[in-house]
Write a protein that binds this ligand. Structure first.
Ligand code: FRU
Length: 701
């Protein structure tokens, strides 16, 4: 590959060909960063999982190496073993005994290699009896190891595999949901530590070992905070708080799928302590529903979908047909996104050219967020619409103390909106939700399809990234405590197999330096792009200060190819407007655009990819791709707010100046006309604006 196909990232890691998901075995050794990754050598969708491999000396330029661990088939071609996610260490002291003599010193004594050891999940698709009589069940997930004595180039599987065949007896039924071992050397206890996940139980198992082969279960952790999905790809590592080596904390990162911040895949972090045996979350890092007043009395556990809105006290007015509000089960059974937790779902059908409004019962705002999912509009699979595209608009409004305080509108296929609104300012006040659906089309039905509403914060976790595309984050072994670097898979299982790229599929995030900083009296995991990225910046292409940027749009001219890959730095202060930011990859009329900015009312950084280009490549009945994503970041009216953006053709990564929030989102602009850059201020001016844009050079040529 020449790495120049449509949408091919130019400074993010991608496999040469074919499918990639999670980063695996991140390890730094002898001046070289190794990345292994979940890889299908045979195609551009998930399957035949193997470990791909590449190396780098600066974390931005990568050299692809041969596959490290390749899936196995038997003589009949049946798939026998796949290599799922895991980690790698360098066994400097040869605790494993895997080292070999590589030369002799002048006395004739052996000089030994330092074996690199990969710890991964063996997934066995076929039941069988393995060596030593080990019975393997279909779909079993066990932990195994392999070693390399040539710095990761070639690998030998340990003949005692699997080293942990199954979870402990009390979780025996989880034999096929036990995976993703992250191993590191714990200096204080002089032991190897492993964290592995019981995915469906949202439990992490912590083991210790002296030799990487024999493991002792020490403790378990979880469920904790975000738990509305499978827990995958955990990691555990220390960091210094505010760069102070005597203030060490431990951090757990966990992938959650589905049930992430925008309902698909997401990554949460938990800060606490670790003594070599068990992890204890800091009190300030507990957001468990059990510990926080959960939900209102109106919206309780309706995952069974057995209730209609009417039964729940909603009222409907307008041109609804038939018997009015329908039970979800009669129209749309099985479509509930139950993992969102407390919620309700039902369907309304509107007559041709009709308008309808539904109104929730009044409730008291109790927590800082209100979260909901609403879908409405054209659904091709529904017999009522018979596949006719419709012209309809759904608007959802939150009314507090008689005033609309939040509002969102969508049209036609923009029919799925996940939102989490900050209502911190209104705790204790009475509120209700109003959803209106208009159909202006000539002969069609429209309907609001689903509403999942809850006043339990979906933001009940420290989200590592508030965008839809940062998952399975892993960190490097082999670096000092103060240099913890993470890489995430820049994708989401909700549509990963469908994104519109060919020859390869899947990209990694920019490597991110992690640290712990005290911000507003809370210790936060902050992240910044790795500093070597700056070696790719061009000289500044645009730099301007405005004492006030008036309401409206200001065009910025950035030449190709940098209009598709650039770094944008925005600094600004509130000046009467409601939103400020930058429009990327847009055309002249803004029918195509990716909008990134700050919402002064909502107090959040947002990324809007509703009109970002190709948006409907994933199953048409639930278009999970388009969306509006927010990261709440409260500011004061006089604050200088900073937003840093990395655009790389098919992705944007957005960080605030301190790195306390990140938002990562894929986009697929239609290249031929979506090349414009515009600054905007909405609802009034924005003060003290400074904008600086650098191009970013390709690492491939
Ligand atoms: C996470 C994951 C892991 C698993 C791997 C399989 O994205 O589901 O739990 O090991 O992908 O490819």
């Amino acid at each position: 590959s020449c790495f120049s196909e449509e949408y091919r990232p130019q400074f993010h890691f991608t496999p040469e060909n074919n499918w990639m998901n999670d980063p695996n075995g991140l390890v730094y050794h002898d001046g070289v960063y190794h990345i292994f990754y979940q890889h299908n050598p045979n195609g551009t969708t998930w399957g035949y999982m193997s470990w791909g491999h590449a190396i780098s000396t600066d974390l931005v330029h990568w050299k692809h190496l041969p596959i490290a661990l390749e899936y196995e088939v038997d003589s009949n071609g049946n798939l026998m073993e796949m290599f799922y996610s895991g980690s790698a260490v360098v066994d400097v002291n040869n605790t494993s005994g895997f080292a070999v003599s590589i030369s002799k010193d002048w006395k004739g004594n052996d000089i030994f290699s330092q074996p690199m050891v990969a710890i991964y999940t063996s997934c066995y698709p076929t039941a069988r009896t393995a060596s030593k009589g080990l019975v393997i069940r279909q779909g079993q997930q066990s932990q195994s190891i392999a070693f390399s004595n040539d710095n990761g180039l070639t690998w030998t599987k340990y003949d005692g595999n699997p080293i942990i065949p199954s979870p402990p007896p009390e979780y025996a039924d989880q034999y096929n949901q036990f995976r993703d071992p992250f191993v590191f050397w714990h200096t204080p206890s002089m032991k190897w530590i492993m964290v592995a996940s019981l995915a469906m139980k949202q439990i992490l198992l912590i083991y210790s070992s002296n030799n990487l082969k024999d493991w002792t279960l020490e403790s378990q952790f979880g469920p904790h905070n975000a738990r509305f999905g499978e827990w995958e790809c955990p990691s555990l590592f220390p960091l210094y708080v505010d760069d102070n080596p005597v203030a060490e904390k431990w951090v757990i990162l966990i992938g959650i799928n589905p049930g992430g911040v925008i309902a698909g895949s997401g990554t949460q972090s938990i800060i606490g302590s670790f003594d070599g045996k068990s992890f204890v979350a800091d009190r300030s890092d507990v957001y468990d529903p059990a510990e926080v007043p959960f939900g209102s009395t109106v919206f309780q556990d309706f995952e069974s979908t057995s209730s209609t809105f009417e039964e729940l006290g909603w009222t409907a007015t307008g041109d609804f047909v038939g018997s009015g509000p329908q039970k979800a089960s009669t129209v749309n059974a099985g479509k509930v996104m139950g993992y969102l937790g407390n919620g309700i779902m039902t369907t309304y059908l509107l007559g041709n050219g009709g308008t309808g409004t539904i109104m929730s019962p009044k409730f008291t705002i109790r927590l800082d967020y209100i979260s909901f999912l609403i879908a409405g509009g054209y659904y091709p699979y529904n017999p009522d619409t018979a596949g006719t595209p419709e012209d309809n608009q759904v608007s959802i409004n939150l009314v507090v103390a008689g005033k609309i305080v939040h509002s969102q509108t969508g049209t036609n296929t923009e029919n799925l909106v996940w939102r989490s609104w900050n209502v911190a300012g209104w705790v204790g006040q009475e509120a209700y939700l109003v959803v209106t659906d208009f159909n202006t089309g000539p002969s069609a039905h429209i309907h609001v399809d689903e509403i999942v509403f809850s006043d339990c914060p979906k933001d009940e976790a420290n989200w590592n990234d508030f965008g839809p595309d940062y998952y399975a984050a892993a960190t490097f072994n082999g670096l000092p405590t103060s240099e913890r670097i993470a890489i995430g898979w820049m994708n989401n299982w909700a549509y990963a197999n469908n994104i519109p790229t060919s020859t390869w599929r899947g990209a990694m995030s920019i490597p991110r330096i992690l640290s712990l900083k005290t911000i507003n009296n809370k210790i936060r995991l902050v992240q910044q792009p790795v500093s070597s990225l700056s070696t790719l910046y061009t000289s500044t292409l645009y730099s301007r200060n405005f004492s006030a940027l008036e309401c409206g749009e200001t065009k910025v001219s950035i030449p190709a190819p940098y209009n598709a890959r650039m770094k944008v730095v925005l600094k600004f202060t509130q000046g009467g407007g409601t939103k400020f930011g930058v429009i990327l990859c847009s055309n002249a009329t803004n029918t195509q655009e990716t909008v990134i900015g700050y919402d002064f009312l909502g107090q959040n950084i947002f990324v809007d990819r509703f009109k970002s280009g190709k948006c409907s490549f994933v199953d048409s009945e639930r278009n999970a791709f388009p969306g509006y994503f927010i990261a709440t970041m409260p500011t004061k009216p006089t604050d200088v707010i900073e937003i840093n953006i990395l655009l790389d053709w098919s992705s944007v990564e957005v960080f605030d100046g301190q790195g306390q929030v990140a938002l990562t989102s894929q986009i697929f602009p239609l290249e031929h006309n979506a090349t414009q850059v515009k600054l905007f201020s909405e609802g009034g001016p924005t003060r003290s604006v400074s904008v600086s844009i650098d191009g970013i050079n390709s690492v491939w040529n």
